[in-house]
Design a protein around this ligand. Structure first.
Ligand SMILES: Cc1cc2nc3c(=O)[nH]c(=O)nc-3n(C[C@H](O)[C@H](O)[C@H](O)COP(=O)(O)OP(=O)(O)OC[C@H]3O[C@@H](n4cnc5c(N)ncnc54)[C@H](O)[C@@H]3O)c2cc1C
Ligand SMILES: *[C@@H]1O[C@H](CO)[C@@H](O)[C@H](O)[C@H]1NC(C)=O
Ligand SMILES: *[C@@H]1O[C@H](CO)[C@@H](O)[C@H](O)[C@H]1NC(C)=O
Ligand SMILES: *[C@@H]1O[C@H](CO)[C@@H](O)[C@H](O)[C@H]1NC(C)=O
Ligand SMILES: *[C@@H]1O[C@H](CO)[C@@H](O)[C@H](O)[C@H]1NC(C)=O
Ligand SMILES: *[C@@H]1O[C@H](CO)[C@@H](O)[C@H](O)[C@H]1NC(C)=O
Ligand SMILES: *[C@@H]1O[C@H](CO)[C@@H](O)[C@H](O)[C@H]1NC(C)=O
Ligand SMILES: *[C@@H]1O[C@H](CO)[C@@H](O)[C@H](O)[C@H]1NC(C)=O
Length: 570
């Protein structure tokens, strides 16, 4: 009897593994000697990341250069080069439950102390597969919160975590081109069918680098409009949209193979033939969730000329706004079917838009958009309140060089709310879509990056939310605030995001959206980010990462953890 009890309690002890992560500063945090052992296995010295603003507080960072930080704070490339920086600095901060914010604002005269916030204190500057394997094993052995960070663009703050161990993939910069790439494991007799003109990019390669590499081979690659976004990180694992998506599909529709390190420390090739379940999940199941990606191999395409039509309208009344926006929505499904893309912003006051039409002449593009252009001209009085211009480019690369080689606004505090815009609703009831978008007080951006080739892909071939295949665009809005804003005002901004999402739900009865451009405050993140694919995504997660080494906000299996993502619930 006594022995049975003893055995039972021992079994219980063995099964109840430590349920919380071991964080920096806690007694369980690895000793200096443990880190020395780790360092011996690495190709680079350990990193001690600091928030960029620390350069402006000599007591925190005596070797920092505040002028350099102030000069570069809004530049995407510079921010992505700093291990302790996020593109939106609010994700570098940490809000305690009592509302105290730990942050390090660049403007030291605001009068707040500089503290570490959500920036990990120790990190690994990965350059080799072995670096990644050693880090994964170390985090697993010591029960650490492992954070994989590439460029820090993430809008959910998934690439940073207070008290965690940073795995920085930024310097994995290898690029290679293979005009006869055959996925590893492909049946040899079928080689002629599965050979691709492919570009392989290391985990740290950014779109501006991938665009140059593709161009050097006379090829085009489907990549982000954010040119400093990573080409093999969160972008691709979340779906990856592009100005080219209407013509060639999303990032996940163009990927042929990944090289990854899984939670057990093994290096694996992942494609349609090897680990196909993981291949399915890595294409839409989200960054930081399944494995550390070391490289991604993309199919490339023939370059073609393109035409852009950009324009602007100012509205002098709500009636005019409604009428112009309704016609603007109405033209989208047709353009989507024709493989166009674009980006626009609209509010009660104004509309600005940029359409991209691949392999379409200036004349044909103007003709296709004329129904909208003429009605907008007319509705705004036929005068200077509406303007548009049509421009030809000889290739996607030229278009990139002249329009989006630099990122738009980064370096400011912001969070998003968003919904996918269904093709059918836009076609059947453009007036309703216009009403809903105009009801968002912040105004909305439209990433017109779906439809066309995106809709032609069988939704079951990738882990991505299937509703992407029925959508034509992502509609989003932004809340921002300045450094030093009190927690209560930030919470109010988040409440406005929740309200906006309730409004946008009118667009998407299933509340579907894009994981990479979304809110942390979704009511049902599993359903909203992954839809009917959630169960399968979760099963694959449990297979490759049963202990939950890779856990990120709102990601697959995050519901097994508490709000801090540091303590396991079940
Ligand atoms: C200015 C700007 C422009 C943008 N433009 C576009 C756009 O045109 N199209 C679009 O689709 N999205 C765009 N986005 C959104 C973008 O897709 C997401 O921010 C995405 O998470 C960025 O991935 P990253 O790897 O560059 O960033 P990070 O913030 O470094 O990482 C994002 C997530 O991926 C994980 N991750 C990164 N690298 C790896 C890896 N090697 N292995 C495993 N996990 C990894 C991280 O852990 C984290 O969870 C933009 C964002 C910004 C801020
Ligand atoms: C600090 O940065 C500024 C701006 O980049 C540069 O001009 C200056 O030389 C730097 N100072 C030092 C001490 O490196
Ligand atoms: C809030 O909580 C943090 C962390 O526990 C603590 O350091 C801080 O002093 C608290 N602030 C207030 C105002 O209670
Ligand atoms: C820094 O903050 C101070 C105090 O709020 C303000 O007066 C000043 O304009 C700010 N400086 C910059 C560069 O924003
Ligand atoms: C990068 O390329 C070099 C040269 O081909 C190779 O030796 C190295 O292993 C590659 N690094 C990674 C991480 O694949
Ligand atoms: C581009 O369009 C022309 C004319 O419609 C067509 O003949 C050609 O095949 C297209 N090129 C590509 C690469 O799609
Ligand atoms: C032009 O606008 C007027 C009202 O401003 C409207 O009655 C008319 O139908 C419009 N014509 C076209 C072609 O859209
Ligand atoms: C619309 O208004 C803005 C801000 O006043 C102005 O900069 C822009 O030129 C206007 N555009 C048109 C087409 O009237």
């Amino acid at each position: 009897m006594k022995i049975a009890w003893l055995v039972l309690s021992l079994v219980h002890l063995a099964l109840s593994k430590p349920s919380c992560r071991c964080l920096y500063g806690e007694a369980c945090w690895p000793k200096e000697s443990d880190f020395s052992d780790l360092a011996l296995q690495l190709s680079q010295p350990l990193l001690y990341p600091k928030p960029p603003g620390s350069a402006c507080y000599p007591a925190n960072n005596p070797s920092g250069n505040c002028s350099e930080v102030m000069l570069n704070a809004l530049h995407g490339r510079w921010r992505s080069d700093q291990p302790g920086s996020m593109q939106a600095p609010n994700f570098e901060t940490f809000m305690f439950l009592n509302g105290t914010i730990s942050a390090c604002y660049i403007n030291a005269t605001l009068g707040f102390p500089c503290t570490q916030g959500s920036v990990p204190e120790i990190g690994v500057n990965a350059r080799t597969i072995q670096d990644v394997q050693a880090t994964v094993k170390f985090a697993s052995t010591h029960n650490l919160r492992l954070v994989v960070k590439n460029t820090g663009h993430d809008y959910l703050g998934r690439s940073t975590a207070r008290g965690g161990l940073l795995l920085w993939t930024h310097n994995l910069k290898n690029v290679s081109y293979n005009p006869a790439f055959v996925p590893s494991g492909a049946p040899p007799e079928k080689n002629y069918k599965v050979s691709f003109l492919a570009l392989t990019v290391g985990a740290g390669v950014q779109w501006y680098e991938a665009y140059d590499a593709a161009q050097a081979q006379g090829r085009v690659i489907v990549g982000g409009a954010g040119s400093t976004v990573g080409a093999a990180g969160g972008w691709i694992m979340g779906g990856g949209h592009s100005p080219l998506s209407g013509r060639h599909g999303l990032g996940v529709d163009n990927i042929i193979e990944f090289g990854v390190v899984t939670a057990d420390g093994a290096y694996r090739t992942v494609n349609a033939y090897k680990n196909p379940d993981l291949f399915w999940a890595l294409r839409g199941g989200g960054g930081g969730t399944y494995a550390v990606v070391l490289s991604a191999t993309y199919e490339t395409h023939d370059p073609v000329p393109l035409t852009t039509i950009i324009g602007q309208a100012n509205f002098t009344s709500p009636t005019i706004a409604k009428s112009v926006i309704t016609e603007f929505v109405r033209v989208h499904p047709t353009l989507a079917d024709a493989g166009w893309g674009g980006y626009s912003f609209l509010s009660k006051e104004s509309l600005s838009f940029a359409f991209v039409a691949h392999n379409v002449t200036v004349t044909d593009a103007s003709t296709a958009l004329e129904p909208f252009l003429s009605s907008a001209r007319n509705a705004t009085g036929g005068g200077p309140l509406f303007q548009s211009v049509t421009l030809p480019y000889d290739s996607f690369y030229t278009f990139y060089l002249e329009t989006f080689i630099t990122d738009g606004e980064v370096g400011t505090n912001m969070e998003l709310g968003s919904r996918l815009l269904p093709h059918d609703l836009s076609k059947q009831n453009p007036e309703k879509v216009a009403e809903i978008m105009l009801a968002i007080p912040q105004g909305v951006g439209i990433n017109f990056v779906a439809g066309g080739a995106v809709s032609k892909v069988d939704p079951e071939t990738t882990g991505l939310h299937p509703d992407w295949r029925k959508a034509i665009a992502l509609v989003f809005f932004i809340e921002g605030w300045v450094d030093g804003t009190p927690a209560s005002d930030i919470q109010a901004a988040r409440a406005r995001i929740r309200n906006g999402l309730d409004t946008l739900d009118g667009l998407a009865p299933g509340s579907a959206t894009y994981f990479n451009e979304a809110s942390l405050y979704e009511k049902n993140p599993q359903k909203t980010f992954f839809g009917s694919h959630y169960k399968k995504l979760k099963d694959i997660k449990d297979k490759y990462d049963p202990m939950g080494l890779f856990i990120v906000a709102s990601g697959v299996s995050s519901e097994d953890w508490d709000g801090s993502l540091n303590c396991r619930l079940n």
